[in-house]
Ligand binder design. Structure first.
Ligand SMILES: O=C(O)CCC(=O)C(=O)O
Length: 330
């Protein structure tokens, strides 16, 4: 039944003119050099939304970051990795051959603040985040570096209903069922956050690009079903690898079944993964926004050059308007 439903969705994805082509006939690729993908056209935002939520659950934005930017990021990762290799959380808990550089915003705001500002204010990135979430805040920002020969990760969906990996859930579907209504699970939480993988290295099936099941974010109760071995085995043939050039980014629904791929090449596969959440959501990681902003104000030319409205937006992406401290009377 679940496979029939999946195939029904996969056979009926929206065909829209902002799409340059559909990778493997199903994943929309939007090219920043194609005049139809113009951020000045108000119809684009709606089309992105439709393609993403009512379609495949994943999009590729081709050419959003330049090669020099990606090389600069890779160099930052190489240097930083040497410094943090002894960190307790340097290895991905669910993909042992993957290095994680956690806390990228904090670390990069110290060691290369201009790079941080240019990565996070990329107009294509913020446009997509805001089109899909209303306003996209940053919930986490992490380097994902799969070593040569590294094995794939197990299939999963992401925060906040990451029952198989989040300590809070104690690996218990029952706990989740007691805390979330079916309506929230199927109709609200698919819109809560998105994952964005920036390909700082070109990636494909050879070096372990992201593997995903197009349209799986639309399957009822998939957050729970993915933990059932019979169901996850039946979904296995429907995984496909994305094919990203250096500087592309992939956006996928947090509820899409996916995993980091198997790197059968002799080179690393590096990337930056950003989780973006809507304005009223809680992000996955603590980001000390006032310290970060203070640092950027003092040390980043790029930050200083932003218009005031852009600075405010940047601040809101890492800060929270609520809860307020009402303990002191005025
Ligand atoms: O590295 C990737 O391609 C995906 C990573 C991922 O899904 C995860 O770490 O949860």
């Amino acid at each position: 039944m679940i496979i029939e439903q999946l195939l029904h969705y996969q056979n009926n994805i929206p065909q829209l003119d902002i799409v340059e082509h559909y990778q493997q006939n199903i994943i929309p690729v939007l090219n920043i050099n194609n005049p139809v993908f113009s951020l000045d056209n108000p119809a684009i935002s709606k089309q992105l939304y439709q393609l993403f939520f009512e379609g495949t659950g994943a999009l590729i934005i081709r050419g959003a970051y330049s090669q020099p930017q990606m090389e600069q990021y890779n160099k930052w990762c190489e240097d930083t990795l040497e410094l943090v290799k002894m960190d307790g959380n340097i290895r991905h808990p669910k993909q042992k051959d993957k290095y994680l550089i956690n806390n990228v915003i904090d670390r990069m705001s110290t060691s290369n603040p201009d790079l941080l500002v240019s990565l996070l204010t990329n107009p294509y990135l913020t446009y997509c985040m805001d089109s899909l979430l209303g306003f996209g805040k940053i919930g986490s920002c992490t380097t994902h570096w799969i070593e040569p020969g590294g094995d794939r990760q197990s299939s999963h969906v992401d925060y906040p209903i990451h029952i198989g990996s989040g300590d809070f859930w104690e690996n218990s579907v029952e706990k989740a069922q007691n805390l979330i209504t079916d309506y929230q699970l199927n109709h609200i939480l698919p819109y809560y956050s998105i994952q964005i993988l920036i390909a700082s290295d070109k990636m494909n099936q050879q070096n372990g690009s992201t593997e995903l099941i197009p349209c799986s974010h639309r399957l009822e109760n998939i957050d729970y079903k993915i933990l059932d071995t019979t169901i996850s085995n039946s979904l296995e043939p429907y995984f496909i690898n994305v094919d990203l050039q250096q500087g592309d980014f992939l956006i996928f629904n947090r509820r899409l079944c996916h995993r980091g791929g198997k790197n059968i090449s002799s080179n690393r596969r590096n990337s930056l993964i950003i989780q973006s959440i809507w304005l009223w959501g809680i992000g996955q990681e603590i980001i000390n926004s006032s310290i970060i902003i203070d640092r950027l104000v003092k040390t980043s030319n790029k930050y200083q050059q932003l218009a005031d409205t852009e600075k405010k937006k940047f601040q809101l992406r890492i800060d929270f308007p609520y809860p307020k401290d009402v303990s002191k009377s005025t």
